[in-house]
Write a protein that binds this ligand. Structure first.
Ligand code: PLP
Length: 360
């Protein structure tokens, strides 16, 4: 078996021990004579798998009891619609901090259901930094304040949690969940597509304060109504059972690694190594304000962009995959989520230094 280092932004690298466990128990799960993906979602066995994943997640993030944990589908993108449907209430306004592609998509979808107001945006600066705490004023009458703690495409990460007073804070943590400890009670709602830091694509996580449930707009589909999903244990319909099972294995792995605080230390080390390599070279450049640089997604531009194709093909040949930047930004991007080991980042910086020596 040869597994390289996959720097894809998502679906992203998953821990090899998780793959191996899934492979070993794939045809016959726990002696039942069938795969976990062939189990009825209503069976005691699968309900236990789902409850295990939820319990582990609650433990890792210290989720308080007055929050529901939902395992849904449709990705973070469907939540751009589900959140206003569930939280706006009649005549309510959603407020936003706009710091990149993902937050602006969230604004656009929310505007279909009510007023969507941007309190502050860094678009005029090509989204090269996050919004600072003194650049917006919370509207106390708003239904919620939405922000994107880590902008996956731009490589911009908030270095603080916006304080929103009594207005529920909503965070799209698709690309940073479980990468460091958080205080769940700071948020009204946290959501994340699984395919970056949790597991395979097809699963979407929502953690929501229970007191916010029960005021979905008329016309909200049953499946998108959080109150229904909370009541049904996320099984209003057939959930993505295999993805839930794999997420549970990833949560077990995370616990073995020391949980979010251990991940925070490792992620700081990994990102510092890569940024130092970029900053110390005259050949690579990262355009993001230093205090808002992402620990998860690190874009970099080569001094000579005609070398992009050579860089990518040589990197692939060295087992360093998917380093091309997002089509809207160009250049390169290394996504280094929890499952990327330090050795993978070390291999990348060694390659980058060697490439610079040969081509710089
Ligand atoms: C990847 C990503 C999304 C989109 O996720 P899907 O699951 O593909 O809908 C939204 N927001 C952020 C911050 C992301 O990183």
């Amino acid at each position: 078996m040869t597994r390289g280092y996959n720097f894809c932004s998502g679906p992203a690298m998953l821990p090899t021990p998780v793959m191996e466990q899934a492979q070993a128990e794939l045809p016959d799960w726990h002696g039942l004579g069938m795969s976990v993906m062939e189990l009825s979602h209503r069976s005691d066995e699968f309900v236990a798998v789902s409850e295990h994943a939820e319990a582990k997640l609650r433990q890792l993030l210290e989720v308080p009891d007055d929050y529901a944990v939902l395992f849904l589908q449709g990705g973070a993108t469907l939540q751009f619609s589900a959140i206003p449907m569930n939280l706006l209430g009649a005549g309510g306004a959603a407020t936003f901090l706009d710091t990149g592609t993902w937050s602006s998509k969230a604004v656009k979808e929310a505007a279909r259901y009510g007023e969507a107001r941007v309190l502050a945006s860094t678009e005029a600066e090509q989204y090269r930094r996050a919004v600072r705490a003194n650049e917006f004023e919370v509207d106390p009458s708003a239904a919620y304040l939405h922000f994107t703690p880590n902008e996956t495409i731009g490589g911009v990460e908030f270095d603080y949690v916006p304080s929103s007073g009594d207005v529920p804070l909503v965070a799209d943590m698709s690309s940073c969940i479980l990468s460091k400890p958080i205080q769940v009670s700071d948020y009204g709602l946290i959501y994340a597509g699984a395919q970056k830091n949790i597991g395979p694509a097809g699963l979407t996580l929502v953690i929501v304060r229970k007191s916010l449930l029960g005021k979905a707009l008329p016309g909200t589909p049953t499946l998108l109504n959080y109150a229904n999903q909370a009541e049904a244990g996320s099984m209003v319909n057939t959930p993505p059972t295999f993805a839930v099972y794999l997420a549970g294995l990833v949560f077990d792995w995370l616990e073995q690694q020391g949980g979010p605080s251990a991940m925070a230390a490792l992620n700081a080390q990994k990102s510092a190594l890569l940024y130092r390599t970029i900053d110390d070279s005259g050949f690579y450049r990262n355009p993001i304000a230093v205090e808002h640089r992402s620990r998860m997604n690190i874009p970099f531009i080569l001094a000579d962009e005609t070398l992009n194709e050579v860089f990518l093909s040589e990197a692939s040949a060295a087992g360093l995959y998917n380093l091309q930047g997002h089509r809207s930004v160009g250049g390169m991007r290394a996504s280094i989520y929890n499952a990327m080991p330090l050795a993978g980042v070390q291999a990348l910086v060694d390659f980058m230094k060697d490439f610079e020596q040969r081509h710089g």
